[in-house]
Design a protein around this ligand. Structure first.
Ligand SMILES: Cc1cc2nc3c(=O)[nH]c(=O)nc-3n(C[C@H](O)[C@H](O)[C@H](O)COP(=O)(O)OP(=O)(O)OC[C@H]3O[C@@H](n4cnc5c(N)ncnc54)[C@H](O)[C@@H]3O)c2cc1C
Length: 489
């Protein structure tokens, strides 16, 4: 297509992707006075950030001090690695240092923006409580960051399909070409382009090329994150990093088709403050609506169910080896199955420590919560044959699978899927979030943040992925604003 058929516009900073990392980058850049355009390929903002629990881990925060917790960055750095001791030789120590030092500033930056947190909560092997949870959940990050980005003047464009990064003869990235609402546009960026398109869990071809078989077969929580930023950057010479590293797959229930009570709450800071107070001081029975409401998300069933005798079967009723974790389920038809149990297990899983699932630091959900909150996942039948008929399974398979369960009613919880929460690989970046070539040299004016620019860090432990997304976005937005503008193009 000739250039004169393309609409041409100018900006200072372009951000690709409107999840936690991209929105944070847009807020920072726009607050530095940059003409900032955020391009999001979906019809709404939020990405995987929107579907997360909302925990971020940080050290040295005001909230920790208010709770009388003494903490420091060096200990946080050490404790983070205690989650992944075997990963040390492959880790990215410089980014890890940056994350340890900056996470606390990010938590306070968000708090100052109106995000309300509960906590901090403990999570061993962290030696002190570091988990700060957004109230009422991760939607709050998206809402407050979007509000702040717009207030600072960010131009947010949805359903934008970016085809390529524009590169000048000297190698500098000078913009993008994209299509939005049928119009092809060329958008120039005088300072730089920040890639924040998340991970690649949604790309079957990339999963098959880089991950172990079970992870490749698992169902991605967010099918829209197809690693587009990785592809765009590769075409201008970027190196991919640690593409084979992945945590999971994990057992997760599908999201509920109907929003829960918490999902319907407006995201006002004052209301969230009341919610946080209520959450801290209310007795357990008053928190039941919260618990039930959380069950709409992709919750993970507790492994204790199997330890206490529950059985995992595939969609035909054949028993799967839970010793292999969700890998066995990933290899089954549709990466789906059911958790079967009897009356004894149903009544055992009605109080702590026998919960069916938990949102860490927030709430525990028991058998009755699932009956009430997720009737679509809870199935009961008086006999094995009746359950087989109800779930369209082979009665012979089911009889073999349940031979140790005794007489009485049968329960099935599911479907449960082998899901891929996120992938860990992405672009190679330096501590300034600049995208690197294979020779270690930065590509001028190209940055990557969040899941797109994780560069070897394995972020195991609650709250590290999100805090990396929000921190790297915040810092990259500032750094790109400080650089000299390119000559007009
Ligand atoms: C169920 C679940 C629970 C989780 N809970 C937690 C938690 O409590 N704490 C924690 O630390 N981590 C958690 N995580 C992980 C965490 O949510 C992610 O690591 C984090 O949100 C990644 O942020 P991001 O901005 O990099 O990506 P995303 O939030 O996924 O944003 C990427 C955005 O880029 C857009 N995009 C993709 N391609 C393009 C393109 N070509 N052009 C324009 N836009 C594009 C996507 O649509 C998306 O909006 C959880 C994940 C899941 C799935």
């Amino acid at each position: 297509m000739a250039v004169d058929q393309v609409e041409v516009e100018n900006a200072d900073v372009i951000v690709l992707g409107g999840g936690g990392a991209g929105l944070s980058a847009a807020v920072s850049a726009a607050r530095c006075g940059m003409r900032t355009v955020l391009l999001e390929k979906c019809a709404e903002l939020g990405g995987t950030t929107r579907w997360s629990v909302g925990s971020i881990s940080a050290a040295g925060t005001r909230m920790q001090r208010a709770a009388g917790i003494t903490d420091n960055i060096a200990d946080f750095r050490i404790d983070m690695m205690a989650f992944v001791p075997d990963h040390a030789p492959r880790d990215n120590p410089r980014l890890r240092d940056l994350l340890a030092a900056e996470a606390g500033h990010t938590q306070e930056w968000l708090e100052d923006m109106g995000v309300v947190f509960s906590g901090p909560f403990p999570e061993p092997p962290n030696r002190v409580p570091r988990m700060h949870n957004a109230v009422p959940g991760s939607r709050m990050y998206v809402a407050k960051l979007t509000q702040a980005a717009r207030r600072a003047g960010t131009d947010i464009r949805l359903e934008a399909d970016v085809h390529e990064l524009l590169q000048a003869d000297n190698g500098r990235i000078i913009g993008v070409e994209y299509t939005c609402q049928g119009v092809r546009r060329r958008l120039h960026a005088s300072r730089g382009v920040i890639l924040a398109t998340g991970d690649f869990a949604g790309s079957r071809s990339k999963r098959e090329a880089h991950l172990h078989t079970a992870a490749a077969r698992a169902i991605p929580v967010n099918p829209n994150n197809t690693g587009d930023g990785l592809e765009l950057a590769k075409r201008v010479g970027a190196a991919w990093h640690s593409m084979d590293v992945v945590l999971g797959p994990q057992f997760r229930f599908p999201r509920s088709p109907s929003p829960g009570f918490i999902e319907r709450l407006p995201l006002w800071t004052w209301l969230a403050r009341i919610g946080a107070f209520y959450f801290k001081h209310a007795p357990a029975w008053m928190l039941k609506p919260l618990v039930t409401s959380l069950l709409i998300a992709n919750m993970s069933p507790s492994e204790k169910l199997y330890k206490e005798g529950a059985v995992l079967v595939d969609l035909d009723g054949a028993r799967l080896d839970v010793g292999k974790g969700a890998n066995a389920l990933a290899m089954a038809r549709d990466a789906a199955g059911y958790i079967l149990f009897n009356e004894r297990i149903a009544s055992l899983f009605s109080k702590y420590p026998y919960y069916i699932s938990t949102a860490p630091g927030i709430a525990y959900a028991y058998f009755a919560d699932y009956q009430r909150g997720r009737p679509d996942l809870m199935h009961r039948a008086p006999t094995t044959a009746a359950l087989a008929a109800k779930l369209n399974m082979s009665v012979e398979h089911l009889r073999v699978s349940l031979k140790d369960q005794g007489e009485g009613p049968r329960y099935a919880l599911g479907p449960v899927n082998a899901m891929l929460t996120i992938t860990e690989g992405g672009l190679a970046v330096d501590e300034q979030h600049r995208v690197l070539r294979a020779d270690g040299q930065p590509i001028d004016a190209l940055y990557a943040v969040g899941g797109t620019g994780q560069a070897g860090m394995l972020l195991k432990g609650h709250g590290l992925h999100l805090v990396w997304a929000l921190t790297s976005g915040r810092l990259a937005g500032e750094l790109v604003s400080q650089r000299a503008p390119a000559a007009a193009v």
